[in-house]
Design a protein. Structure first.
Length: 583
């Protein structure tokens, strides 16, 4: 075969066998043709996809012939150009992925290409432990992937003066011709600080220790404007998830879902009322998945068969809610509807179902009145109704900056639905006044603030106010009440009971949470694998979850009791008992 090359546009085969044949003939002709070597090297410099498809290798120990030519799938071509573009434009990029999509290989190929051909290309690559960054002859480590590939480059492709023993060292890959370097480093709070880098790779970032991930993200901002963070999801409370979901800051995001892989998405389909609907167009599977459709395939079905639900969510589905160690049933939680904020035209206008208003409460002539305002300290989903019964649960915080917030949740006893909620950095005395007004506004209902720590001060203040304050009972072995304490007592016994009850209510669709803040906190509430304790994931908040659980426990102890005295009261009771669930 006579090869005719242009410096910028080259036509090369991308099917496995024909690509191998093309590679062999290209290398053979270049052995004795130095002019062709120069032209091919220039073509590689100008076209990264030509260089990868014709000169790069990968290793898959699951296959008999484990050393394979890396020939890009179509989705990988787009991903590689996207990674290259972000490095060129010096912008951060987050890549969330299903397992086994070639993400690490692709990023490292881009680094290697610039290391070879572009002066001023220093890179830092890191993972959570040193043994994941570099371990000789372990292809799963980052630096070994670079060594493995560069060792298979033809000598005329490598930099002038390059020596494998001197320049392919442990945790460092050096280019003696242009001074470029690829340096490995394990996760630490000062990761990659003390120098400037063209780009930084932070691999499996969701698995980095939370404090280290936060500190490293801050430290790397001064080292490079281009940080490439890549991972499969592990819950929604870690730094990687916060970046991916945009809860703290915005970053460009590239998603490599299994539906993009032509071999995994073969025979893709979805279920419509139990009927299997084929997806004939390959890229349509990815689009449907992004729109929220649960896409499947024969490959996916096999993975679902051999993996646990949490493992499937983490390694295959790119599901931040169901991966990690979620406490509440993810499917049931997904059915909960977040109500939307509304500014009413007049104070007399009703609050439509599915909407909420913001307001504050004020006391005038001994009567608590509502003042609607966009900056109000409570969110109201239902106004109090005559004959209805409510309860207020509250988790109390100190009220200082960089601390948990105080939170209250109002629930209607019969339906168990959330009818109002509020949260903020309030001092204990301010929180006591707010709770007193909320309880009085909602038909003088029971108010149950947590009495631990700063809650003790709130309860002490509420004793002096016009408040229907809840009291915790201490009982002896005979079940006799021996003492009472103002407020709700959260103990090693009561805490799991109230959280389990809330979990059951959510699982059985026996509650409408409605509040966007409460729902968001439920999604990041986990069973901590380190201490076995249900709590917020990492540095997120759970005060809304606890307030909602407390109010539910109080309802369990003091359930709805009908007290009809006349026809009007009986009608109010019947109205309260109507089903109000709408998911």
């Amino acid at each position: 075969m006579e090869l005719s090359l242009k410096t910028s546009i080259i036509d090369w085969p991308t099917t496995s066998q024909s690509n191998l044949e093309y590679r062999a003939k290209l290398l053979k002709e270049c052995e004795t043709n130095t002019e062709l070597q120069v032209r091919v090297k220039e073509a590689c410099r100008q076209n990264i996809l030509f260089w990868i498809d014709c000169f790069c290798w990968t290793k898959d120990q699951r296959k008999k012939n484990d050393i394979l030519p890396f020939v890009c799938y179509e989705y990988q071509r787009g991903a590689i150009k996207d990674i290259e573009s972000h490095i060129d434009r010096q912008q951060d990029l987050l890549i969330d992925k299903s397992r086994d999509m070639g993400a690490s290989w692709m990023i490292l190929y881009v680094f290697m290409h610039k290391w070879l051909f572009e002066e001023g290309s220093d890179f830092r690559v890191g993972s959570r432990k040193e043994e994941y960054v570099d371990k000789l002859n372990d292809i799963d480590t980052l630096i070994e992937k670079v060594r493995f590939n560069l060792k298979r480059m033809p000598t005329w492709m490598m930099p002038a003066g390059f020596n494998y023993d001197d320049h392919l060292g442990y945790m460092r890959i050096l280019n003696p011709e242009n001074g470029n370097a690829i340096i490995g480093e394990s996760a630490n709070p000062f990761f990659s600080s003390g120098g400037r880098r063209k780009a930084i790779l932070m691999d499996e970032f969701a698995k980095w220790e939370p404090a280290v991930a936060e500190a490293a993200w801050t430290a790397t901002a001064d080292a490079s404007p281009c940080r490439v963070v890549v991972s499969t999801p592990v819950g929604s409370g870690n730094k990687f998830a916060q970046l991916a979901l945009g809860t703290q800051e915005k970053i460009d995001r590239l998603t490599l879902h299994w539906t993009l892989h032509p071999e995994k998405s073969t025979d893709a389909y979805y279920l419509d009322n139990g009927v299997k609907i084929p997806i004939p167009v390959p890229l349509q599977a990815f689009k449907l998945w992004k729109s929220g459709v649960r896409v499947r395939s024969f490959w996916y079905d096999a993975e679902a068969e051999r993996r646990k639900e949490q493992d499937l969510a983490q390694e295959v589905d790119i599901d931040y809610l169901r991966s990690g160690h979620v406490f509440f049933d993810a499917k049931a939680l997904a059915r909960q509807r977040e109500w939307e904020y509304l500014e009413r035209d007049t104070p007399a206008s009703p609050i439509p179902y599915g909407k909420y208003i913001k307001a504050m409460l004020t006391e005038v002539d001994g009567k608590v009145e509502l003042r609607e305002h966009k900056d109000g300290w409570m969110r109201i989903f239902e106004l109090p109704k005559s004959g209805f019964q409510y309860t207020v649960g509250s988790d109390i915080a100190e009220g200082l900056e960089k601390n948990d917030e105080s939170f209250f949740t109002v629930r209607e006893k019969w339906t168990r639905n959330v009818v109002a909620a509020g949260n903020g950095l309030y001092s204990p005395d301010d929180m006591a006044v707010k709770l007193q007004k909320v309880g009085k506004f909602y038909n003088n209902c029971l108010v149950a603030p947590e009495n631990n720590n700063h809650g003790y001060s709130v309860c002490s203040d509420l004793k002096l106010l016009d408040c229907n304050l809840y009291y915790s009972n201490t009982k002896n072995e005979k079940g006799e009440v021996t003492s009472k304490k103002a407020g709700w007592t959260t103990s090693v016994r009561s805490r799991p009971q109230m959280l389990d009850q809330l979990a059951e209510e959510i699982r059985k669709d026996a509650i409408e949470l409605r509040d966007p803040v409460i729902i968001a906190q439920c999604k990041t509430f986990i069973m901590n694998p380190k201490n076995g304790k249900p709590e917020a994931d990492e540095n997120l908040l759970d005060d809304g979850v606890l307030a909602t659980a407390i109010s539910g426990a109080v309802i369990q102890e003091h359930p709805f009791k009908a007290k009809p005295k006349d026809a009007k009261s009986q009608e109010a009771v019947r109205e309260a008992q109507k089903p109000m669930f709408a998911f």
